[in-house]
Each structure stands twice: as C-alpha cells, then as structure tokens.
Design a protein around this ligand. Structure first.
Ligand code: 5AD
Ligand code: SF4
Length: 441
C-alpha cells in the first residue's frame, strides 16, 4: 500500500510550485498525496516567513498536529519552506512533535531524509547545496492538476530591500538554464497546461544559460519568446518583478509577444522617495512612474498590480500621502498591501517603529483606494468580449470559472467540455471579486 502524504502550503506562489515538486519527489519513495491531514502518514507544512503573522501560523498549526500525532504515533511531521530555512533546529526545540526540517534548497534530498525518518532518526537540512536542485528533482508534471501551472525559473534575491527576509531564506539569485525550463514547460503543455506563470523572487532579473543566445545567456524576454514557440501553451505570465530589472527587451516583449498576457505585477512598496531610499529600493517614485508610462506605451491595455508596505520605520503622514498620490497616478487593477512587520535579522528591524494604530489606520485608507481602483478596472470590462481559460466548475450548476487575460476571475454558463480550454465570453456583470458573462457562439 502506498504511504500517504499531506502537504499544506502557506505564502507565495513559489511555495505552491515547491509543494508540487515535493509531492513528485516523494512519489519516488512510494507516497501518494491525500487531501486531509487525518488520512496522512506524513504531513509537510510548506511555510512562509515574509511577515510575523505568517511565521506564527506555523506554530499554531504544529500545536494542532501534535494532537493528531498523539493518536497516531507513526505519523511523521515535517516543516519545509522559509520558516524551516530561517529557524532550522529551533523549530524542533519549540515543537518536539516535528521530525523533519527542510529548507527550500534541499527538497531534492527529501527521499533520503524520509528514509532516515523511517529508521527512527530525525532529519534536518537547511544547507544551500552546490548541486542543482532542479535537475535532481526529476520528472515534472505528475503532481500537477489543471490547465494553469507555475514554473520556477529564478530563485533568490540579491537586492536586499531593508525590510525583506527573502535574500536570507531563499539565498542568492540563481536562474535555471533555458533548456531545463523549456523541457518542463513542454511536459506541462503535453499534459494539457495552457497557461504558465514563470516564477522568481526577482523573475525579471532572470539570466539563464542558453547556448543559442549571444553571450551564452538568455534574458527573461528571450525566455518568453522561446516558450511562446511551444505548441499548446497559449498564455505566459511572470511574477514577481523589480522595477530596476524591467529591461527594454522585456518591455518590448509586452508589445510583440501575443502569448505574453497583459498583466504585470510590479511592486513599488511606497510612493515616498525618502522611504524608498530607507527601504534600499534604489529607484524613485518618478522613475517608477516613467517606467509605467513606457510599459503602457508598449501594451496600452496592460493591467498593473503592485505591493505596498505602510508604516515602514520613519514613515510620516506626508510620506504616506506620497504613496496615495502614486497610487492615484498609476491606477492599479489589483494590489496587495501590508502593514510593515519587523523581521529579525533585517536592517529595518533595528530602526524606530511606527505605532500599530497608525499603521492600521493608513492600511485602511490605502486599501479603500486600491479596492476602488480594482473595482473600476473590473467595471471597465463590462460589455467587452474577453478570452477565458476555464479552470474549474463554478458555484452554480452548469457554470464554469476561469481567468481572463487580465487575470480577472470570470464565470459563465458553459459545457464541461470547455474545462481546460480557452473560450470567448461577453462580460455582463462586475461583482466585488469576479466578472460574469455569456459564452459567445
Ligand atoms: N513587512 C511587510 N510586508 C513585507 N513584504 C516583504 N517584507 C515585508 C515586511 N517585513 C511584502 C512586500 C513584498 C511582498 C511579497 O511582501 O510588499 O513585495
Ligand atoms: Fe525582498 Fe523583493 Fe526586495 Fe528582493 S526585491 S529584497 S524579494 S522585496
């Protein structure tokens, strides 16, 4: 009988991708995935360390799982992801029910670690190994379901924004070779994947080895053009990008590559130049706005998304007003905003902090503005015909739900045969977080 694995994913899209890869590599040790922790012989929590709340969630979940283990002593509990990387052994000290701790760069070693668990040993690995994790993770696509998939092409970050743990948990920037990415994308397309989102903490800094390219390296734009040649793959997206790595060729690709979707997540974090400097972002509000203008010139209907932090150390009311002004100037279709959260080991953690009440109040004001903009962008779709990749059944009988090119969730009455396919839908209504429409004949 196969052993059962339950993986719970926290945090970003890269963790969603990594969870699939962990399931795939553990399949070689005889595991199949199950949908509930109760049914599992091994539970893996794939964790996030980006903000304090995300990290704390892990310990409360581990507290609950301890009860499950008391009733089922053979159950193995593992912690993967960025909390594992940041806290290592400390996790086992704080929660002795944990048997395994594995950092994001060591997932290819999971089968060996699992064998140690079965021999009755604990297993800990938070190395940044020399060997290529991706080539050792083996066959791709077995654990993937659905017509849209994530594909990590770049990992780590050398930017060191002063609030961010990523350079410490995911390590230095690395890019996967073009041939590896093409092989993985082709395997996904062969299994019916129509849309791929290329992932990286700094994805537009991608510079993967490519024997066919000048200088032996491909840029992200080069990679996108190569991927666009894969039959069956209809849509390409990428996330997350840093403004300073939006190169001319990438901006140009938004105008010339029909498979590159008109949606761009381009975090700016703040609209105040003194806060941007304190954040070590190395760009200004003005340079960001000029960049947006150039991107819109290449692809006028592009929908922009961003990330914002309010209450960064030293942020005054005037700084915050600059952020609101930048948001007004850009007009985002979608955005994420957060209260600044002190992260141990990062430079900004040492600085004088803004009051929690002030952060909460600013966040509410920013979110009110961003939701207004999101709703406006959605409302502007009413009456238009859009392409939808149908991904799953909707809430109502006979309904399917999918994503438009602009990443709006769209529902329509449609035959189940359209699952996994792209179809044209005339948008008739805009609800708070989705659009509704009618299939075009
Ligand atoms: N506090 C709050 N938000 C943060 N982010 C990263 N670090 C922090 C922090 N310490 C946000 C940034 C980033 C997104 C992934 O998370 O906006 O773009
Ligand atoms: Fe973190 Fe992104 Fe800044 Fe890198 S660029 S340090 S991942 S916020």
């Amino acid at each position: 009988m196969p052993r059962k694995l339950y993986v719970k994913t926290y945090g970003c899209q890269m963790n969603v991708y990594d969870s699939e890869r962990m399931a795939e590599v553990l399949a070689t040790s005889g595991y199949e995935t199950v949908d509930t922790p109760e049914a599992a012989d091994m539970i893996l929590l794939n964790t996030c360390h980006i903000r304090e709340k995300a990290a704390e969630k892990v310990y409360s979940e581990l507290g609950r799982l301890k009860g499950l283990k008391a009733a089922k002593p053979d159950l193995k509990i593992g912690v993967a992801g960025c909390v594992a990387q940041a806290e290592g052994e400390e996790i086992m000290r704080r929660q002795p029910a944990v048997d395994l701790v594995v950092g994001p760069q060591s997932y290819h070693r999971l089968p060996a670690m699992e064998a140690r668990l079965r021999a009755g040993e604990a297993a800990l690995d938070t190395d940044f190994p020399e060997e290529d994790k991706f080539s050792r993770l083996g066959a791709r696509a077995a654990a993937h379901r659905g017509p849209a998939a994530f594909l990590t092409v770049q990992e780590g970050c050398d930017k060191f924004c002063s609030f961010c743990v990523v350079p410490y948990t995911r390590g230095a920037e690395t890019s996967r070779p073009v041939t590896q990415v093409i092989a993985e994308a082709s395997a996904l397309a062969a299994r019916g994947v129509r849309e791929i989102t290329l992932l990286g903490q700094n994805v537009n800094a991608y510079h993967g080895a490519d024997a066919d390219a000048d200088g032996g390296e491909a840029s992200l734009a080069g990679l996108v053009h190569r991927l666009a040649g894969i039959a069956g793959l209809e849509r390409i997206r990428y996330t997350t990008s840093h403004p300073n790595d939006m190169t001319d060729d990438l901006i140009e690709a938004h105008g010339s590559c029909a498979k590159l979707m008109p949606y761009l997540h381009l975090p700016v974090q703040s609209g105040s130049n003194s806060i941007l400097k304190a954040m070590n972002r190395r760009h200004t509000a003005e340079s960001y706005l000029r960049l947006i203008e150039r991107i819109r010139a290449a692809r006028p209907d592009i929908l922009l998304s961003g990330d914002f932090i309010v209450g960064f150390p030293g942020e005054t009311e005037a700084d915050f007003a600059d952020t609101l002004a930048l948001v007004e100037a850009v007009g985002y279709g979608q955005a994420y905003s957060f209260k600044y959260s002190t992260r141990p080991g990062t430079p900004a953690a040492e600085r004088a902090q803004v009051d929690e009440d002030v952060k909460a109040e600013r966040l509410a004001r920013l979110q009110a503005l961003l939701s207004r903009q999101q709703r406006q962008a959605q409302d502007a779709m009413v009456g238009k015909e859009v392409s939808v990749l149908f991904e799953r059944a909707g809430r109502l009988p006979g309904q399917l739900v999918g994503k438009s090119e602009h990443l709006h969730a769209v529902h329509a009455q449609a035959p189940a045969a359209l699952l996994g396919e792209i179809a044209r839908v005339r948008i008739g209504e805009s609800a708070p977080n989705s659009l509704g429409g009618v299939l075009e004949g």
